[in-house]
Design a protein around this ligand. Sequence first.
Ligand SMILES: Cc1ncc(COP(=O)(O)O)c(C=O)c1O
Length: 392
Amino acid sequence: MISKRARNMAPSMTLGINAKVKSLEAEGKKIIDLSIGEPDFLTPDVAKEAGKAAIDNNMTRYGPAAGSLPLRQAIAKKLKEENQVEYAPTDIVVTSGAKHALTIALTALLDPGDEVIIPVPYWVSYPEIVKLVEGVPVFVEGKKENDFKLTFEEVAPYLTSRTKAIILTNPSNPTGAVYFKDELDALVTPLVEKGLMVLSDEIYERQVYGGDFVSVASLSPKVKEHTILINGLSKSAAMTGWRIGYTASESKLAKVIGDISSHLVSHPSTVSQEAARAALEHAQGDMEERREQYKQRRDYILDFLKDVPGIASVAPEGAFYVFLDISSLRDKVKGDSLSLEVCEALLDQHQVALVPGIGFGADDFLRLSYAASMEDIKEALHRIKVYMEQWQ
Ligand SMILES: Cc1ncc(COP(=O)(O)O)c(C=O)c1O
């Protein structure tokens, strides 16, 4: 009864952990939850007020399929001023979150059997979305010593006549690694020369600590033509529940993406669109302050980890994750999946929730989210240290 496509879909590892945390909490246990990829900050007041005003002003009816013009103008202005890429408002399609943006962008690009390069470790939803639209995920693993960042030479052997696109997450979830300008150029420009499209997921662009974020589309006019830029307000403006994302692409593609979206959701919530517009236009200061706080947390964690035996980490230059290398436990911990076993032990014995790397295609790792209070982070690190010390 259920389609092969749906049966093929893996459940979300992060949501699975979340369910376990909730059931332990229901038993009265106090869990420190560092598993979630959601800012611990609140939506800026200016955005909340704009949402309320939208309701009061009856902006509660159908709107344009590709999103309201004022919001698309605000996004175009942001992309020009912050990312040095010029798009007309009509090149932008507002979506119900970046996840929806990725799904319709891939629907617009792929025919059944078309291949999509997915760098490993990957964000959990990429392979599932590619399969859902009948594409074929092709996994390419970078080197640990290069923080898993890929080079063109590493990708080239995987290219076939069916390769249509690459999905790049910059900064990366789960590793926090950032491709800075030269690395990005060296990877993307030759891929574009070969005709590939780049789906550039830039949802963590505001959480970059070790240098300047560079948007793929700003590299050259040719790269821009081959890029579908994906972004949204969830992480940058702490607006996860409002569900606003967007695509920016060359105009023919934008038209198709907008048409697909119109059949799927008509358009995202008009109230949320107003809130997103206000956040983009008036909440820049809040966003910058948050970046500084994330950086302080990251620095604290990296410093603390120096004293934790058997654990190393990828250098996280962005996002709000630290990817913990626990390969030193490989011969010590028994079980089919190292990261699952260690996560379960941390949760059951020490009441700390992290995400097993196996969900991101990297079983030697655990993902720790520092979108949490400093107090929780300190206590969780202390417990992780106690857990690691027993193996020494
Ligand atoms: C890399 C990446 N892309 C996209 C998303 C989805 O964002 P949205 O809430 O806008 O759908 C997430 C959320 O965790 C993410 O980590």
